[in-house]
Structures are given as structure tokens and as C-alpha cells.
Design a protein around this ligand. Structure first.
Ligand SMILES: [Zn+2]
Length: 604
């Protein structure tokens, strides 16, 4: 993985450090005001007045702008003007003093003296310079009022020495300090908590060459800090610690470049998570790598598009479809991460996934969606909003394992499932059904429409079954030759009497609820369903209760169904299944009741 980042670093363009470090003053800023100071006599600089020029984008490295903290000076004496008074007070007043304090070590005595003299000059002429700027603005029509300009403006310094003008970026004094930042910014690669880890003339683990100097804390993506508290699905070898991992300074910089390139070009989203897609070539070949990366860059960037959420899901999954077409020469690393201000946390690392694996996953997705079904249970449902489509999507899983206020935070579980699917690890049906039923029961008890959840849950099971990852109790299907066996044959999860019994009981219960609703415009029998916790006791209690009720209404059209159900029930062994699993089959039966209507009840 680190090697993959390194290879990307090697082919991404090297940029000058300052070019990247210094910020551009964009086109919105029209005016550059310059405080002119003659420094020919370094001990006694003289303030010359205010000067002006239009912003020139090609002068980025001359203006040398680098933002500082919000209420303190900027990193260089070039500042964007908010209000004139505020900018003078917060940004300019003590700039030179602060600059001197922070960079004393890097400045020669001569330079230090000049900075001191500049601070004195600012102290003495502070009000005069400020008023000059206001007057200059007023005379030339730049001012909106006494404290602000009409258009976004910038204030900077222009130094004159022996008749020649120097911008800030022309002065070594300022530039060198920031050039030094480059090394400074790599310091964390060899100093940590006051421990220095550097060695001379040792092998670099990346380039395998003896390097002048190797660093011990090169830690791209925090790969080698084994944070014991945080669980990382996908897994690293925590014994592979930094101490055993010396990297030369060139390689460290290349890694940083690769990392930056990946951040800017190979970052995607999936089901609410961010991930980097990092290709790894089985045979090293820069040209192919370059082409691959270019291809990835062309994949749509959904985060920037305002689309309907259903469409975003489709686009996110389309990437997988695209990737599945790649040659198996290219393996794929998926690095799911969470980034806050200072920390970068790896949530899941899917390592070297072959496109053929993706192809398998996608083909099975299509297979499970396109299987011809006599019982068309996954038919699209029209709603007032978008139609509900039940083609398998990873988003279904995310709905059961979300990160939400109502349901709770299930990120870890979702990623665990994702990991299992990608690497081909079994998933226990009870682990899934526990969550499925939690959500379905909540919806049921709140009188919400739970049909979509039940169908999506069932689709998830079918998909996992299709890719051979569903760990469940299996039995040889026995055909009882009744009317319902046709459905069970098509839905091979129903390979056992207990499941069939529960399913048919759900169908029957829903029929009673329908009749109750017709008769009374209410469904009081719902309260007999034990909140959809259908254990053995409830299952056995329900059958006679339902039959009694149907007889009471004189609408028991379902004797055949009851008979079949009774037959299965007698042969059931409830001890084989969890209450969640029993409840799920029952609920599925309720939801699919409409596929088992008889002529009699329809004409009714
Ligand atoms: Zn190296």
C-alpha cells in the first residue's frame, strides 16, 4: 500500500515548495496598495509613502501572501484588507516584531537589525501610514467610506534599496525563512514527542538504497501507528512499527507528493464514507499507472453534484462497475478514512482487491436482480416521491447499519460487512437479522410503512446467498406438493418446515388484519403480534387465535392455508433459529401476503 502511494508520488509532478506554500491572491482582489520604505540605510529605514498597482496574478511569488491566524498577523507582511483600522491593528502593527521572535534563529544579525528598525518605523509612523492610505484611497476614488475600500484590496510593502524596488518575495530575508519551512514541515518524520529518530548511511525501506540520512517516523496515513483503542477493519500488522521502517528523505517527500495527489484526485465517496482509491500494478509500469490514474480521475465526482440521493447511490456503485472492467494487472486499494482537523483515521482498508472480484460481485448483483420470478415480489413500488426500486444496493445495508440519531451509530458494523463482502468472508445471518428486526419492529410499533425495510432486508440476504457468504443453517429442501411450495422453491432460503410455518403464519395474520380493517376500519389484532417478536410460544398461540377471529367474522376462506401451516408447524423445530430469524420470516409473510390472494377474497 505504501509502495502504491510511493509509485503515484513518483509520477506526479514535482512542484516547487514555495509555489505550493505561498497563496495566490485571486482575481477578486483588484487593488494592491504598497507601503514604500527606503532601506538603503538598513539602520535607519525611511517611510516614502503609499503606492498602488493592480493585482497581477503572475506576481504571486512577489506579493508572497500566506494567511496567518484570524486575529493575528499573516505569515508575511502582505494582508487582505478587511477594514482599514482592523487590518492595521491586527495584521500590520506588530508584524515585524512577531516575525523576528519566531525566526530569530534563522536570521543573520544584519537581518535582525533591519527587522527591528522596520518595527520601530511602524511604531513611529503607524497613524501617519494609515492616514496616508485613507487619503490615497480617497483621492483616487477607491474608498467606500473612511474605513473600507469599494473593492477587495490588499496591503503589502515595497522596499527600495539604492533606487531599486523589491517586493517581499524579492527579499531573501523573508523568502529563506519560508524555504526553511520545507524542512520544518518534514520534521514530524524524524522528531516525535522530543524523540529524534534519524540515522546516517542506512538502507531506505522504500527505495532499497543506502541513503545519506533516513528518517524513522515517516508515517503516511498513520499506517504504522498501532492505535490499540481503535479497531481497524481490514487489519494491519501492528508489529510493523515505525522503528523498523527507515525511509530516506527523498522517498519521504515522494510519499507526501503521492499522498497529496491521491487526496486531490483519487478521493471518492461511498454510502456516506470517504475513501481513496489507490491502484497497485502487479507489474510495475509507469505508463500504465499513469493511464489508470487518468481513467480514475474521469469518474464522476458526485460530491460536487447536487443529485437525488438515489442517483448518487447509483453513481457511487457505478464506479465499482467501471473498476470491474479493469484488467487484473491492476489491483485496487480502498482506503476508507475519517479526517478531522488534526487527525487522520483509517476506518477500513480493503487491500489489493482484484477487478475480477469486483466483476464477480457486480455480476451477482445483476443476477439476483434479474432472476425471472413467478412471484414478482421485488416489483417497483410507486410512491408520492420517487418510485421505490429494490435492485440490490449497498445503500440497503447502510439503511440498516446507519449513522443516525434515531437508529444509532453502526459505522463499524457497516464497514465490517463491506469488508466481508469484498474479501469473501462469511456473514452470520443472525448478526444481520438482529438489526433488520430492530428497525422493522420500530417501524411496526410506530405504525410506519415497514414493507420497504422488509423487502430490502430480504434482498440483502438473497445477495449474500448469491455470493456464497451467508452463514445460515441449511437443510435439504423437501417438497410437500402443496400450493405454497412453488413459492418456496423460488425462494430457497425456505428450506425447512419451521421457516415455512412462520412465513405462512405471517401471510395468514396479514389476511386477518386486512379483514379486520375492512370490517372495523381498525386492526386491533396487531397488538396480538407481540411487537413482531415471534418466538415459539407466540407462533403456537397465534394460529388458533387467528382461526378463531376469522371464524368470528365468518370469513375464514383460508382453510387450505391453515391446514398446510398446521402441518409445517407440527414438524417445526424452533430451537434451530433465533427469535429474530423466526420473526423475519413471519414479517416477510405479512408483507408478501398480497401474492397469495385467492379468487374468493378478491371478488369479495
Ligand atoms: Zn528511499
Amino acid at each position: 500500500m505504501i509502495e502504491a502511494v510511493y509509485k503515484i508520488g513518483r509520477i506526479s509532478p514535482k512542484k516547487d515548495f514555495l509555489e505550493e506554500f505561498i497563496e495566490e491572491i485571486d482575481n477578486n482582489y483588484k487593488n494592491i496598495f504598497k507601503i514604500k520604505i527606503d532601506i538603503t540605510d538598513a539602520n535607519n529605514p525611511k517611510y516614502l509613502g503609499i503606492d498602488y498597482e493592480e493585482n497581477d496574478l503572475s506576481k504571486k511569488l512577489k506579493y508572497f501572501y500566506k494567511r496567518g491566524s484570524a486575529n493575528g498577523p499573516d505569515k508575511t507582511p502582505t494582508s487582505k484588507i478587511t477594514t482599514i483600522n482592523k487590518t492595521f491593528k491586527n495584521k500590520l502593527k506588530n508584524y515585524f516584531k512577531k516575525f523576528l521572535n519566531e525566526n530569530k534563529k534563522l536570521l543573520s544579525n544584519e537581518e535582525q537589525n533591519l527587522i527591528k528598525a522596520l518595527q520601530n518605523l511602524m511604531d513611529e509612523n503607524f497613524d501617519k501610514i494609515k492616514n496616508d492610505l485613507i487619503n490615497f484611497g480617497e483621492q483616487n476614488g477607491f474608498l467606500k467610506d473612511k474605513d473600507s475600500f469599494k473593492e477587495p484590496s490588499v496591503i503589502t510593502f515595497l522596499f527600495r534599496k539604492n533606487g531599486i524596488d523589491y517586493y517581499i518575495g524579492d527579499m531573501d530575508l523573508f523568502v529563506n525563512v519560508f524555504k526553511n519551512n520545507e524542512n520544518e514541515s518534514y520534521k514530524s518524520f524524524y522528531i516525535k514527542s522530543n524523540v529524534t529518530s534519524k540515522a546516517d548511511k542506512r538502507y531506505c525501506f522504500i527505495c532499497n538504497k543506502i541513503a545519506e540520512e533516513v528518517w524513522g517516523f515517516v508515517n503516511t496515513y498513520n499506517f504504522y501507528t498501532a492505535d490499540k483503542k481503535s479497531y481497524i477493519a481490514g487489519g494491519f500488522n501492528p508489529s510493523f512499527m515505525w522503528r523498523n521502517y527507515p525511509v530516506c528523505s527523498d522517498c519521504a517527500k515522494t510519499l507526501e507528493r503521492g499522498k497529496k495527489y491521491i487526496e486531490e484526485n483519487l478521493a471518492y465517496k461511498f454510502c456516506g464514507f470517504n475513501y481513496y482509491l489507490i491502484p497497485w500494478l502487479v507489474f510495475d509500469d509507469e505508463e500504465t499507472l499513469m493511464q489508470t490514474i487518468k481513467r480514475f480521475k474521469n469518474y464522476p465526482n458526485f460530491s460536487s453534484q447536487k443529485q437525488k440521493s438515489a442517483l448518487i447511490e447509483k453513481t457511487e456503485e457505478r464506479i465499482l462497475r467501471e473498476l470491474s472492467k479493469l484488467s487484473n494487472q491492476i489491483n485496487l486499494n480502498f482506503l476508507f478514512y475519517e479526517k478531522s482537523k488534526a487527525t487522520f483515521k483509517i476506518l477500513l482498508f480493503l487491500r489489493e482487491i482484484a477487478p475480477s472480484r469486483l466483476k464477480f460481485l457486480i455480476e451477482k448483483m445483476d443476477a439476483v436482480d434479474n432472476t425471472p420470478r413467478k412471484f414478482n415480489i421485488f416489483k417497483e413500488i410507486k410512491t408520492r416521491k420517487d418510485p421505490l426500486n429494490f435492485n440490490f444496493s449497498f445503500a440497503f445495508l447502510r439503511e440498516f447499519f446507519p449513522n443516525s440519531k434515531i437508529d444509532g451509530k453502526y459505522d463499524k458494523y457497516f464497514l465490517e460487512i463491506l469488508n466481508s463482502i469484498f474479501i469473501g468472508k462469511d456473514i452470520d445471518i443472525n448478526f444481520l437479522l438482529r438489526r433488520f428486526m430492530e428497525k422493522i419492529r420500530r417501524e411496526f410499533l410506530n405504525d410506519q410503512w415497514y414493507e420497504p425495510s422488509v423487502l430490502k432486508g430480504y434482498k440483502i440476504l438473497l445477495y449474500l446467498e448469491e455470493i456464497n457468504l451467508l452463514k445460515r443453517r441449511r437443510k435439504d429442501m423437501k417438497n410437500y406438493g402443496n400450493n405454497f411450495e412453488e413459492f418456496f422453491a423460488e425462494n430457497s432460503i425456505f428450506d425447512d418446515e419451521t421457516k415455512k410455518a412462520l412465513f405462512l403464519e405471517g401471510v395468514l395474520a396479514q389476511k386477518l388484519l386486512n379483514i379486520q380493517y375492512q370490517e372495523r376500519n381498525a386492526t386491533p389484532f396487531r397488538s396480538r403480534l407481540n411487537g413482531l417478536k415471534i418466538d415459539e410460544k407466540t407462533a403456537k398461540r397465534l394460529l388458533p387465535e387467528i382461526i378463531n377471529k376469522l371464524e368470528e367474522y365468518d370469513k375464514n376462506y383460508y382453510r387450505k392455508l391453515e391446514e398446510t401451516l398446521g402441518e409445517y408447524l407440527v414438524k417445526s423445530n424452533f430451537s434451530h433459529y433465533s427469535v429474530d430469524e423466526l420473526s423475519f420470516y413471519f414479517t416477510l409473510g405479512m408483507v408478501l401476503e398480497k401474492h397469495f390472494r385467492q379468487e374468493k377474497e378478491i371478488t369479495k
